[in-house]
Ligand binder design. Structure first.
Ligand code: HEC
Length: 134
């Protein structure tokens, strides 16, 4: 019985060390960049959606989100590659960029137009997801 306390302490230390190592390695690997990128895209699509619902569809309301979406989509290849069917992936990524370029060239000026723009962008998101998202 003399050893009960030292053993408990040793076990406690051991568990603590294992926990620390696991936590540190989880923190080091961090969230996957692919997920971060996708969540940022999603965030700006949601923001546009909220704008439509709030009837805030001036160019000054939408443009920053469209610009950010366009800039984020430059990162699709650097973040996702290497990937199977790489040339397909590049094609889908440029489809999205082309859609966003069109939106930036002639930004929607009211909510009806913004809805249309968003569904075109959404189609490009889906185009890639259908092939690449499990
Ligand atoms: C060129 C390909 C491609 C395009 C374009 C694309 N995505 Fe994705 N997306 C993926 C892949 C691959 C996954 C699954 C892998 C992953 O989550 O890491 C994914 C996953 C997601 C997820 C789930 C993330 C998670 O936590 O699992 C969201 C949300 C998302 N995309 C939003 C968007 C939005 C919004 C757009 C358009 C503005 C978009 N994506 C355009 C390839 C793409």
């Amino acid at each position: 019985m003399r050893y009960k306390v030292p053993i408990a302490i040793a076990v406690g230390l051991f568990i603590g060390i294992i926990g620390t190592v696991m936590t540190l390695s989880a923190l080091r690997s961090g969230p996957h960049m692919t997920e971060v990128l996708m969540h940022m895209q999603d965030f700006h699509m949601d923001a546009l959606d909220a704008n439509v619902k709030a009837n805030r569809c001036a160019v000054t309301d939408s443009l920053p989100h469209l610009q950010t979406l366009r800039a984020l989509s430059n990162d699709l290849e650097p973040v996702f590659l290497p990937i199977d069917k790489e040339s397909d992936f590049r094609q889908k990524a440029s489809d999205l960029r082309a859609e966003l370029d069109a939106a930036l060239a002639a930004p929607p000026t009211d909510c009806v137009a913004l809805r249309t723009t968003m569904s075109k962008i959404g189609r490009s998101c889906k185009g890639c997801h259908q092939e690449f998202r499990n």
